[in-house]
Design a protein around this ligand. Sequence first.
Ligand SMILES: Nc1ncnc2c1ncn2[C@@H]1O[C@H](COP(=O)(O)OP(=O)(O)O)[C@@H](O)[C@H]1O
Ligand SMILES: [Mg+2]
Length: 382
Amino acid sequence: MLCYPRGTVASANTERKIPLTMVDQLTDANIMAALSQVKDPEIGKDLVSLGMVKAIEITGSIVDLTVELTTPACPLKAKIESDIVDGLAALGATTVRVDWASNVKRSFGGPAADLIPGVKNTIAVASGKGGVGKTTVAVNLAVSLARDGARVGLLDADITGPNVPMMMGTSGSHVTGVGSRVNPVVAHGVQMMSIEYFLTGGAPVIWRGPLIHSAIQQFLRDVEWGELDYLIVDLPPGTGDAALSLSQLIPLSGAVVVTTPQEVSLLDARKAIAMFNKVNVRTIGVVENMSGFICPDCGTEHDIFGTGGANSLSRELGLEVLARIPLEPAVRTGGDAGAPITSTQHPSSDTSVAAAALRELARTVAGRISVIAEPFAGARAS
Ligand SMILES: Nc1ncnc2c1ncn2[C@@H]1O[C@H](COP(=O)(O)OP(=O)(O)O)[C@@H](O)[C@H]1O
Ligand SMILES: [Mg+2]
């Protein structure tokens, strides 16, 4: 689902009388000139030089445009749309209809990228310690991006504690495939791979380093991921060998670090960010999870784990706080039931603050990834 259905009508002042001389201004060249004044606020360049204007059709004072975004999970689509309408209204357009398309660009390279040739972006979700909501964030990020119309994969790289199948309602599913190629398991519009899909009877995984390494390599190379806009990777918690070697092994566009507001968790988040710096993986930002609890009985917000921790962390390290997600019982019950909260709540009737924050997080991350991809796109074009 797109944020707006394709063919959304954005109407300028339809009542206004347009002098004929003004309608004459509605030419392809003038429209392109006006659109070259409209910037993609995220990337900071205009729509024309970014090649985002794909078609223009003029019928009297009505203009139909096809605009290609760098992500269907459009954080700033409404802003771009109103800037387009303003620009074309100044040329005399009475109605501007924008048909949104998207073309997600690739944002990583290097030799390991050849393992997953159809994947455009890879986003690690990491945390300094377990239990802070890393898998919860990873699954909801994946589901939200898929609901916005992106092609999404979710790789459960937490080999010794694989929780993705349970949270996505696919426990007991098994991989299918031909020869050495295996198909991902699909649920909530997301293609997934987890070690659990290879196990029977929930046997505990006691694999050590080298085996984990080769399992992940196979998850990248031998899985029929096909074309994916985003591959979300649920990394093992911590900053030990497992997380470190996986963040080197998997070609990553960037990492999202999940923390809770209390000091002890922030301390571990700092270590996770230092780990990514060490292996030259960009930290996109920090998510503060379990950030306040709104009492369902009295409506008062309680800061169970303290407050403002991610803020000071972000100031200290120059990182963005991408989202604050409150503690909400429905997040846990959704996870336990295999129905992530962003899959069950509809944006228009959303009563969950956490669901809205997670959905917003997905769009923010997609926007930041578009910015990371821009120099890669430029390099390819030149
Ligand atoms: N914002 C939240 N509100 C309520 N429960 C949450 C929230 N975030 C995570 N949980 C619950 O906390 C537990 C730990 O989360 P999980 O995502 O498994 O953490 P991790 O992957 O970091 O170990 C799970 O039961 C999950 O449903
Ligand atoms: Mg987990």
